[in-house]
Design a protein around this ligand. Structure first.
Ligand SMILES: [Zn+2]
Length: 144
């Protein structure tokens, strides 16, 4: 059982201010990213694409979450406008970003401040999976 097996595709959207702060290089980031993508791929989870903001928060760029810019780029690049879009994250900036981009938002439990409320607040991905399937079943039973 997995989200991939029921038709979800995955795109990674991340803030990597460590690049803008000089903690690591863009090349370092890609190296780690490639390793992660290949690890996930071995578990049957295919990452369609990955977008990141490399800027320092003080740069006032357009692409740093909670700005929805990178999601909009992903939607345009991959023709996702008519798909059901879900944004998973742990921070308020994820909830705000996903909502601004027109996605349903899911917060996986975290210790960050929770000033924003996501559409779905769950402890882990399995809990989301159960909630999601239950809703689909209810929708189908209404339609029949
Ligand atoms: Zn940026």
């Amino acid at each position: 059982m997995s989200l991939a097996s029921i038709g979800f595709s995955f795109i990674v959207i991340s803030n990597q201010s460590g690049i803008g702060r000089g903690y690591f290089t863009e090349k370092d980031y890609y190296w780690v990213q490639e390793a992660l993508i290949s690890k996930l791929s071995n578990r049957g989870i295919k990452i369609l694409a990955s977008y990141h903001c490399p800027h320092h928060p003080n740069d006032k760029c357009e692409c740093r979450k909670p700005a929805p810019e990178l999601v909009k780029r992903a939607v345009a690049d991959h023709g996702l406008a008519k798909k059901e879009l879900w944004f998973f994250g742990d921070k308020d900036s994820d909830v705000i970003c996903g909502r601004a981009a027109g996605c349903k938002t899911v917060r996986i439990d975290s210790n960050y401040d929770k000033l924003e409320r996501a559409d779905y607040e769950v402890g882990d991905i399995m809990e989301f999976y159960e909630v999601y399937l239950n809703e689909k079943i209810q929708q189908q039973s209404k339609n029949t």
